[in-house]
Write a protein of this length. Structure first.
Length: 108
């Protein structure tokens, strides 16, 4: 099996509906293999003021080579002018999970 760089992607969305739509597209296109939905409250600087929002954090399992295409798909669907899509590289992963990831990210 070829070596893959496993990553965890993080993305906040403004609503559950938006999160579901983004997750569905990314899964259908096999850019991610798993998406977890976590309700959160965020505080952040926006246009000179501190804002508070109820958001959905998407935790997504993927491979590094999919980041640019994932970002492009998110840009088409996300309601925020400035969304934050972050990638965390994973240095170790169980063999069975790595095999599943490799199989699930294959383009059909």
């Amino acid at each position: 099996m070829a070596s893959l760089d496993f990553v965890e992607l993080f993305l906040t969305c403004g609503s559950r509906q938006e999160a579901e739509k983004i997750a569905g597209v990314l899964l259908e296109k096999r850019l991610v293999v798993c998406v977890k939905f976590i309700p959160i409250e965020s505080k952040f600087w926006w246009k000179g003021k501190i804002k508070t929002n109820q958001e959905i954090l998407l935790l997504m399992e993927s491979v590094a080579e999919n980041f640019e295409q994932t970002e492009a798909e998110v840009a088409k669907l996300h309601s925020y002018d400035t969304f934050v899509l972050k990638q965390l590289d994973i240095t170790n992963l169980s063999v069975k999970a790595l095999n599943w990831l490799a199989e699930a990210t294959k383009q059909r």
